[in-house]
Design a protein around this ligand. Structure first.
Ligand SMILES: [Zn+2]
Ligand SMILES: [Zn+2]
Length: 246
């Protein structure tokens, strides 16, 4: 039964556990945390959270592109010698969208080549202006189809979700967060009454239009469906009622 050792998930779900392990190695401080286990490499929560991030990308990229069309004002900087940095309207969003879409296309090519679907010499597809939204949706669809494989079998699936690593889950979260901040959608969030069932902090919240309820504790980042949250909130209310009756 235990011939295959379990692997702790390399995702943000285990940040607190990793810190506690490091502390124990450094000075012997014991801790009671157990890691989230990979299934077999990354845990189910991390797979679902990053899948959700991928699903949101087309809409977020559309919003960022709209900003490029409407244009952010060009600006000159510097006062001495009338130095100026050459910018054009919408430059910031254009550069951001180009970077993220080309990274998505690279990940798509990487996955399809590893899976033997594309020939090794095939290059990532480049989008062209008029069909850009289609291009983005095509890449997104391919990533979603192969997401379970990517999260468990991509050669970088066991790398930490930090900048500079190629873990598909880490890349998806980084694109999603960058676009959320750029399109100012990281707020507002509605805080929910029940504490998080995993980290026990009052950090559960959701945004308009999101079908997910997310823990905002960066060490936890648990995702719940509405039904799971309702069930959890009911269990807490029942426990409180039981405590009062006793
Ligand atoms: Zn995880
Ligand atoms: Zn939590």
């Amino acid at each position: 039964m235990h011939d295959q050792p379990q692997t702790p998930c390399p995702g943000p779900c285990n940040n607190a556990w990793r810190r506690s392990e490091a502390q124990r190695d450094a000075d012997g401080t014991e801790h009671h945390l157990t890691p989230a286990w990979g299934q077999p490499i990354q845990c189910d929560d991390c797979v679902e959270r990053s899948r959700h991030h991928i699903e949101e990308l087309p809409e977020l990229l559309d919003a960022a592109l709209l900003e490029a069309l409407e244009g952010t004002p060009a600006k000159s900087v510097g006062t001495i010698g009338r130095m100026s940095v050459i910018t054009w309207p919408g430059q910031a969003s254009r550069l951001l969208v180009d970077r993220i879409v080309s990274e998505m296309a690279e990940l798509q090519a990487d996955i399809l080549i590893h899976r033997g679907i594309w020939k090794p010499e095939r290059l990532p597809e480049r989008g062209t202006a008029p069909s850009e939204p289609d291009h983005i949706r095509r890449i997104t669809r391919a990533l979603l189809i192969h997401w379970d494989w990517a999260m468990q079998h991509h050669p970088a699936a066991d790398e930490p979700h930090t900048a500079g690593n190629a873990n598909p889950g880490g890349q998806a979260s980084a694109w999603y967060r960058t676009l959320q901040v750029f399109t100012r959608r990281d707020n507002p969030r509605l805080q929910l009454a029940a504490p998080c069932p995993r980290c026990f902090l009052k950090t559960l919240s959701h945004s308009n239009g999101e079908t997910f309820i997310a823990c905002r504790n960066p060490e936890c980042e648990l995702l719940l469906s509405r039904a799971e949250y309702d069930q959890h909130a009911k269990e807490i209310a029942d426990a409180v009622a039981l405590g009062q009756a006793a």
